[in-house]
Structures are given as structure tokens and as C-alpha cells.
Design a protein around this ligand. Structure first.
Ligand code: 4AD
Ligand code: MG
Length: 465
């Protein structure tokens, strides 16, 4: 089998050659004595034009009657056609119909709305738009591995099922084999999870960070890249219940070092995707977001902004004083809402922006307390169009401070005993971050809904297929 992408890449070598290609019909035209099939095999956007001759092709009638979406294996001679819009065509000698598509095939040639296509998760990746999205997703994933591997980071697979809540936010999906109709009960009538599969209550992980930190204490630099799950009741265009996160963790690294790695990684991935997916970027730039290419180019080559939370609040308050209306209040201590994040990165700095040193009260328990006793060494990276794409921090490496924080927050210290142990046996200053992979793919493609960059999105109320 020859891939259509290969024909386009090396067409001169294929002139007059006999090749076999296999793919799905994009359109068919029957012109009586001859006909055209536009075939796509997913290897590139471009279709292959196949010419069939009624006289020489024994199943011409059957092929001409097919609908879009049908799967064919075609053998023929490749003829270069330098004078025509398409540089070559395949003159079919045999066409095997492997699977005819039924006439109600839902993917039509005319452009269909992304909302409609979301109802066709199993077929939408046959459209150019979704092929482009998922190819960029694949290339970006590889680029992330490449970035870290080239720098000596060890890739760690952290568990999906866990007994601890890495973010301490209680947004977890329970994992259980207990029959809800007949649960074992404790004496006071609660579900007895000590009788559950693992002998305790367990959940799907919200982050691999805590286990990642273990490995950073043995390898120095590590990263995770895997699925994470959040039972957040946020029905927005940037929240999913199942999403992928990249979480590097670096020993002997402070907040500034952590921001440098985040920035370098984002620039590296953007550059690789622009290099490896020029046709896809072209297509997003034409049909999804007209400013995309220019913006990505700019981001890959210029410094990100860095501002403290306290200064960011001042910027937002000044904007408010000058007449900008925010729906949510702006005062020191509030968590930044998407509208605030977007104002900072889109209206004020007009580029990716790190906001650092947030109030401790709105951030996770593991972040390192600053000397002011009020803020923690956190850095969120915000980007135009999306808001937060990365959440990172220097970790609290001091046993007593961490123990007190866990206690103050009323968390169960027993759940975190391994994590606390790391602070007992050779603790060191260290930092890391979590990149929301889907948000990165949104940023790279200009797609504005997380449901359109996940192959099979799981969001509030939705877990089809
Ligand atoms: O800011 P978060 O919650 O940070 C952590 O989980 C840390 N443990 C990371 C670390 O320091 N190792 O999440 C990190 C990123 C966010 O910036 C966002 O991009 C993404 O994960 N994210 C989501 N993406 C899609 N849907 C959701 N529900 C998301 N929640 C977080
Ligand atoms: Mg965050």
C-alpha cells in the first residue's frame, strides 16, 4: 500500500508507476464514459484524484453508485498531470469495494457545524478540520516527549487509581466495586469502604504530581504525561472531566526555574508543530482563527510577561477604574476568573503571562509559603483566548510547615504520609507544573472548545461512546 502523502511528497518517483492505495471516498462524479473518485486515506489533507474508465473498469457501475464515506482499495497507474490543477491522478485498473457507506452517511461534503459534528464523534475525524486537530494533537504530544527526553527528564507513569487527593479540592470520581444496591455498611450506617476492592476508598487521579515528586527525589528531573480526571461541575468550553496533563517535576529548582522550563517547553512545542504541520496550521489560519500563524510565530520567539498576583489585581482595578466592567469582583484575595485572566493576557500584556505569588488561601496545600506568610510560590501561565494553560509552583519542602498546612486545612494527614516522608528523607527545594494538554491543543489550533480537541470528550452530562 502506498500512502497518498507519500505520492505528494515524492511524485516524480511515482510517475507511470503502478501503485495501490486504500482510503475513503470524498466524492464521486460519474461523467458517463469516465468518472472521478476523490479518495482520502488520512495520511494528508489532499485527496487523490482517481480516474476510472467505464470500458476498462469491470465494476464501474458499482463504484459510480457508491456514496461518500465508502472504503476502497484501488490499484492503478499514476499519471503526472503538470498542466492541471492537481499534479497527478491515478488511472484505476482495479477497484475493490471493501465497505460501501450507506446513503445516510452523516458526513456531508458541505461544511457542517462543530456542534453537529460533536454528535458524530465516531466519524468527525474523517473531516479535514478534525483530522488537522488530531494530527496536531499527536505531533504536539511527541514534541512534549522530545522536549523533556532531550533534556534528560525521566518519563514516569503515575497511577490512575489513587487513595489521595493530589489537589485537596475534593473533585474526584470514586472508584469502587461496591454494589450500590447492596453496600456493606459500618455500624453507624455509612458505606464501609474497608470492604471495598482496595480495602479503602479510592478515586481516579486528579493529578500525578504527588507521585511525580517521589521520582523527582530519585531522578532529579521527571515528567508525567497521562490522563487525569476531575468531577468539577464546570460546564465551560475549557473544562473536561477527563483530560491529559503533562507534569514535570524538578529537584533543586525554584519558581523562576520552573517558569523558565514552562516557557521553553511551550515555545519548543509551538515551533515543532509549526514545522511539522504547516498544512494544518494553514487550514486553521484560514478557517478557524485568522491571526493564528502570526500569533504562534510571535509567541515562539518573544518573552512571556511575568507579574505578581498582587500587581495583577492592581492592573485589573485600574482597568475597572477606567471603565472596564468585570462580572466578578476584583480585590486582593479573590481567585482570578477567566474574564480576569483573559483581560491580563489579551488586553493588558497581549502575550502569554505568568501570574505569580497567589494568596495561599486560593491555592493547593503543597505550594511553598512565601516569607510574607500570605502568598505562595505559585505561577499560572495564562494565554490569550484561553486563560490558564499551566499551573505550577515551588513545593513546600519544609516538613513542619507542610504538616501545619495540612492540619490547618483539616486534611487527613494519613492520606499524605508518603508525601510527608519525602520531607523526612533528604528533602530539597523543588518545583514543577501541570500543563493542560487539551488547552495547549486549543491554543495551537485556535479551536475554541475543549470538546473539539478531545477525541471522545467527557464533560458534565456527556460520556458518549
Ligand atoms: O492548575 P492545576 O489544577 O494544577 C495541578 O493539577 C498541579 N498538580 C500541577 C502541577 O503543579 N504538577 O491543573 C493544571 C492544568 C491547568 O492549568 C489546566 O490547563 C489543566 O491542567 N486543567 C484542565 N484542563 C481541562 N479540563 C479541566 N477540568 C482542567 N483542570 C485543570
Ligand atoms: Mg490551576
Amino acid at each position: 500500500l502506498t500512502k497518498i502523502a507519500q505520492l505528494y511528497a515524492q511524485m516524480d518517483q511515482y510517475g507511470d508507476a503502478t501503485v495501490t492505495v486504500a482510503g475513503w471516498v470524498r466524492s464521486i462524479r460519474d461523467m458517463k464514459n469516465f468518472g472521478f473518485v476523490m479518495l482520502n486515506d488520512g495520511s494528508c489533507f489532499k485527496d487523490l484524484q482517481v480516474v476510472m474508465n467505464r470500458e476498462s473498469l469491470n465494476n464501474y457501475e458499482d463504484v459510480a453508485a457508491l456514496t461518500v464515506g465508502s472504503a476502497l482499495v484501488i490499484t492503478g497507474r499514476l499519471a503526472l498531470t503538470p498542466d492541471r490543477p492537481q499534479p497527478f491522478e491515478l488511472q484505476a485498473e482495479t477497484i475493490v469495494i471493501e465497505g460501501a457507506a450507506q446513503p445516510d452517511y452523516p458526513m456531508q461534503k458541505k461544511r457542517q457545524s462543530r456542534e453537529f459534528l460533536r454528535t458524530q464523534q465516531h466519524l468527525r475525524s474523517r473531516t479535514n478540520l478534525f483530522r488537522a486537530v488530531f494530527r496536531v494533537r499527536s505531533v504536539a504530544a511527541f514534541a512534549i516527549h522530545q522536549f523533556f527526553q532531550e533534556r534528560g527528564y525521566v518519563y514516569v507513569n503515575t497511577p490512575i487509581i489513587t487513595a489521595s487527593d493530589a489537589e485537596g479540592a475534593g473533585e474526584m470520581f470514586r472508584v469502587t466495586t461496591i454494589d450500590p444496591a447492596n453496600p456493606p455498611l459500618t455500624e453507624d450506617g455509612k458505606v464501609d469502604y474497608s470492604k471495598d476492592f482496595f480495602g479503602k476508598a479510592t478515586n481516579l487521579t486528579v493529578s500525578g504530581q504527588l507521585q511525580g515528586e517521589n521520582f523527582a527525589m530519585s531522578f532529579g528531573d521527571i515528567y508525567t504525561f497521562g490522563p487525569t480526571f476531575r468531577a468539577e461541575d464546570s460546564n465551560t468550553r475549557r473544562h473536561a472531566a477527563e483530560f491529559w496533563m503533562v507534569e514535570p517535576e524538578m529537584a533543586f529548582c525554584d519558581l523562576e526555574g520552573e517558569m523558565n522550563v514552562s516557557e521553553d517547553m511551550l515555545k519548543f512545542v509551538i515551533s515543532r508543530v509549526m514545522e511539522r504541520c504547516p498544512d494544518e496550521i494553514d487550514m486553521f489560519n484560514s478557517f478557524v482563527d485568522k491571526g493564528l500563524r502570526e500569533r504562534l510565530q510571535h509567541v515562539a520567539t518573544s518573552d512571556f510577561a511575568r507579574v505578581s498576583y498582587t500587581d495583577a489585581i492592581k492592573i485589573l482595578q485600574d482597568a475597572q477604574a477606567a471603565g472596564h466592567v468585570f462580572e466578578y469582583p476584583v480585590e486582593w484575595g479573590v481567585d482570578l476568573q477567566t474574564e480576569h485572566e483573559r483581560f491580563l493576557t489579551e488586553e493588558h500584556f497581549k502575550k502569554p503571562t505568568f501570574v505569580t505569588d497567589y494568596p495561599a488561601a486560593i491555592k493547593a496545600f503543597y505550594m511553598r509559603m512565601n516569607d510574607d506568610g500570605k502568598t505562595v510560590a505559585a505561577a499560572d501561565c495564562l494565554v490569550p483566548g484561553i486563560g490558564e494553560i499551566i499551573g505550577g509552583s515551588q513545593r513546600e519542602e519544609r516538613l513542619d510547615v507542610l504538616q501545619k498546612r495540612i492540619e490547618d486545612l483539616g486534611m487527613d494527614a494519613e492520606q499524605y504520609k508518603y508525601y510527608l516522608d519525602l520531607r523526612r528523607y533528604g528533602t530539597c527545594h523543588h518545583a514543577g507544573f501541570g500543563l493542560g494538554f487539551e488547552r495547549l491543543v486549543m491554543y495551537l489550533t485556535g479551536m475554541d472548545n475543549i470538546r473539539d480537541v478531545l477525541p471522545h470528550p467527557r464533560t458534565v452530562g456527556n460520556a458518549d461512546f
